[in-house]
Design a protein around this ligand. Structure first.
Ligand code: UTP
Length: 287
């Protein structure tokens, strides 16, 4: 199975940084967000990823490529560990880049990969969405897909005040962490929302979703083709399943959530974790 990783958004919430650098390269300590996402895909057995890119995003491809000049320098200076690290990243995964020439929405970004994902089911992982989990989040969805054969989306409970930011599902029957989805509403008000279960950036989709995307019209207000509309059709026609994923999710395209993600990952690292916790304890004492 291939994973589509949409990275073609404008990243306006992270300006001015995103004026020159893709937000997917924001460093979680020293590791770009996109690297953590690719590791998650690898853990789930996915070996080929399709980046949906745009102008100014070519550094994403460079990151996963060999860098002969750098490797030569590291080698000649005897920096063996660093050399191995950069070479390992280049050999991690097969990458395919597809350009989304206009930012016409997430649905359109996914549709841009139609010629490269093949005939079977495919995964989608948003390039700015981190899930810190014991078991790969996309792997959790693949298990549900293998069991049900249906398109699967990741779900998380969200607080009432955040409901208007997400696609929210109405649910039918449920079994453990797997729920049957009856419908999807994009960004409803808390009063009108059918639940507090939000679709978060992980999907395993059947080709029927690609077919639904083909016929979708852009939304009048935004001019975007929304993936949620295709998911709503999938729920009504072929069936759509939700998987309540285990793990802590961070929207790395949001400033505060990105900073929280950096702390969450950093405090677990053997090199910086303990001194960072010590520093935070001291700081908090003085607040
Ligand atoms: P976001 O809603 O986070 O939009 O997209 P954005 O443009 O990246 O960021 P802001 O809101 O301006 O700060 C969710 C995901 O869909 C991708 C983004 O790259 C991100 O991974 N996307 C969105 C595309 O690939 N193409 C699009 O046209 C829109």
């Amino acid at each position: 199975m291939k994973a589509i990783i949409p990275c073609a958004g404008l990243g306006t919430r992270f300006l001015p940084f995103t004026k020159a650098v893709p937000k997917e390269l924001l460093p979680v300590v020293d590791t770009p967000v996109i690297h953590l996402i690719v590791e998650e895909a690898l853990q789930a057995g996915i070996q080929s990823v399709v980046f949906i890119t745009a102008r100014g995003k070519s550094a994403l491809e460079d990151y996963f490529d060999y860098a002969p000049e750098l490797e030569f320098e590291l080698g000649s200076k005897g920096k063996k560990d660093l050399l191995e690290q950069v070479q390992r990243i280049a050999g991690l995964v097969e990458t395919i880049a597809v350009r989304q020439k206009k930012p016409l929405g997430l649905g359109h970004a996914v549709y841009c990969a139609r010629h490269v994902v093949g005939e079977g089911p495919f995964a989608v992982i948003l390039g700015d969405d981190l899930v810190d989990a014991k078991k790969s989040a996309i792997g959790q969805l693949i298990e549900v897909h293998n069991r049900t054969g249906k398109s699967v989306v990741a779900l998380k409970e969200v607080p009432r005040e955040d409901i208007h930011k997400f696609g929210i599902v109405s649910v039918g029957s449920h079994e453990g962490t797997t729920v049957e989805i009856e419908g999807v509403v994009e960004k409803p008000s808390a009063e009108k929302a059918p639940s507090n279960l939000a679709i978060v950036g992980r999907y395993v989709l059947n080709q029927s979703v690609m077919h639904a995307l083909k016929d979708l019209e852009p939304h009048g207000s935004t001019g975007e083709i929304q993936l949620t509309d295709a998911l709503e059709i999938e729920a009504r026609t072929n069936g759509l399943v939700g998987c309540l994923i285990e793990g802590e999710r961070f929207d790395a395209g949001n400033r505060l959530e990105f900073v929280k993600a950096v702390f969450a990952y950093a405090i677990k690292r053997p090199d910086v974790g303990e001194p960072l916790i010590e520093f935070l304890r001291e700081r908090l004492k003085n607040l």
